[in-house]
Design a protein around this ligand. Sequence first.
Ligand code: FAD
Ligand code: GLY
Length: 390
Amino acid sequence: MAEELVRTENPSRPEPPANPDIVVVGGGIIGLAVAWQLQRDGAEVVVLDPAPGSGASHAAAGMLAPIHEAYWGEDHILTLNLAASRAWPAFADALGTEAVDYRRDGMLMAAFDADDKALLDNTGDLHDQKGLPVERLRSRECRAREPLLAPAVRGGVYSPLDHHVNPRLVVAELLHRVPTLAVAATEVAPRRVVTDDGRVLGCQQVVVAAGAWTGRLLEVPIRPIKGQIIRLIGPPELLRLPVRGVVRGSSVYAVPRSNGEIVVGATQEEQGFDTRVTAGGIHQLLWDVLTLLPGLSELEMVETWAGLRPGAPDNAPIIGIGNDGIAYAAGHYRNGILTAPITAAAVAAVVQRRESPVDLSAFRPDRFRAPRAAPSPTTAAAEPPRQVSA
Ligand code: FAD
Ligand code: GLY
C-alpha cells in the first residue's frame, strides 16, 4: 500500500534535523512511538515514510486487549502484552488521554451459540491458569453490561483490563511531535539509509519499523495479513463498551469511539499485499456483527477499509538489534497498537545500550535464522586450508 499512497507532509510537523542521531524507517504507530521515545530521551531523530500513518495503524480498531488476545502456547506474548497494557496510561497521558480517546471501559467477549460458548470456556481455562482478572457472565449478565447484545447470546467474559484507544488520533498526535521526511528507504545498513530520491542519510543507528513491508528491506520472514474493517456512525455511547464475539465459530468485534463511531472488524486473510475491500469480506463482517448486535443495523456505514497486519511465523514481534547491527521494531501482528509504547521503551533502551524494561529474548531479530552447523571433525579435516588475502 505504501507505494500507492500520495506522499504527505504535515504542515505542523517539526523540521527534520540536518544530522540525525537516529533514522527510523516507517511512520506507522510503531516507528513514530519509537522515534518519540528516543527524542524524549534526547536524541535527534527523523522518521522516513512516504505516507506516514497509512498502513495497518490506519485500519486498526484500537483494542488494547492483553486478556482477550491471550492464546494457549503464547506465554511470552501474553507477558509482553500485559506489560504493554501497564505502559498505556502514562503514554496516553503524555499525548493527552482525551486527545487520543483512551478509554478504560473494559471489554466483553460474547458467545453466540453453545459451540461458541465451548470455545470461550477453553480460553477461560487459560485465564484461570494464568490468574487473569475476568468475570464470566451468563446471558442476562452480558445484556446488563451491553443492552445491544442479541438475546440469543449464550454467555460471555468481561475483562476490566482490556482498554481501547483511537489509533488514528494516536498517530496524529505523534506526527505533531516527531519530524518526518516523505521518502521511502530503498537500502538500509546499521548507520546508513538510501532513499528513493537518491539521498544517503548517515546516523548513529537505523531502526526499521516498516510494518508488513519490513521483509522487503531486511531478511526477515514478515508477511502481510489482511484485515478488512467497517466504520459505522451513530449516537455517542450507543454501544457502551467494546464487544468481541464468536458467532457460529466466526470472530467479530465492535469498538466504540467517544464521537459515536463504531469500528467493526476484522477479516484475517492471507492475500499478500492486496488491500482491496471485497464484497465477501464486508458481507461476513456485517452478517456476524448484526447477528451479535442487531441494533447496529440502523447506523450509517461511513467507511470500509483494509490494512495489512505485519506477521512473523510465530506471531510474535521482532524487537531488538540484529546480528546485522540494525534495530528492528516490526511484526506486531494483531497487537501493534497495544504494544507500541512498550516497544518504544524497549527499542530506545537497546539503542542506548540500557537494559530493556521487558525481556526481549523471545523477540530476537535473528530467531528465524537456521543455526550454523558446527563442522564435524571429518569434514573439517577434508576442507583445504583457506587462503587469507592481504
Ligand atoms: P504500519 O502501521 O503498517 O506502518 C508501517 C509504515 O511503514 C507504513 O506507514 C508504510 O508507509 C511505511 N513503509 C513501508 N515501507 C517503507 C519504506 N521502504 N520506507 C519508509 N517507510 C516505509 N492492533 C492492536 O493492538 N489492537 C487492535 O485493535 C488492532 N486492530 C487491527 C485491525 C486491523 C484490521 C488490522 C489490519 C490491524 C489491527 N491491529 C491492531 C494491528 C496493528 O494495526 C498493527 O500491529 C500495527 O499498526 C503495526 O504498526 P506498524 O507501525 O508496525 O505498521
Ligand atoms: N487485534 C485485532 C485485529 O488484528 O483485528
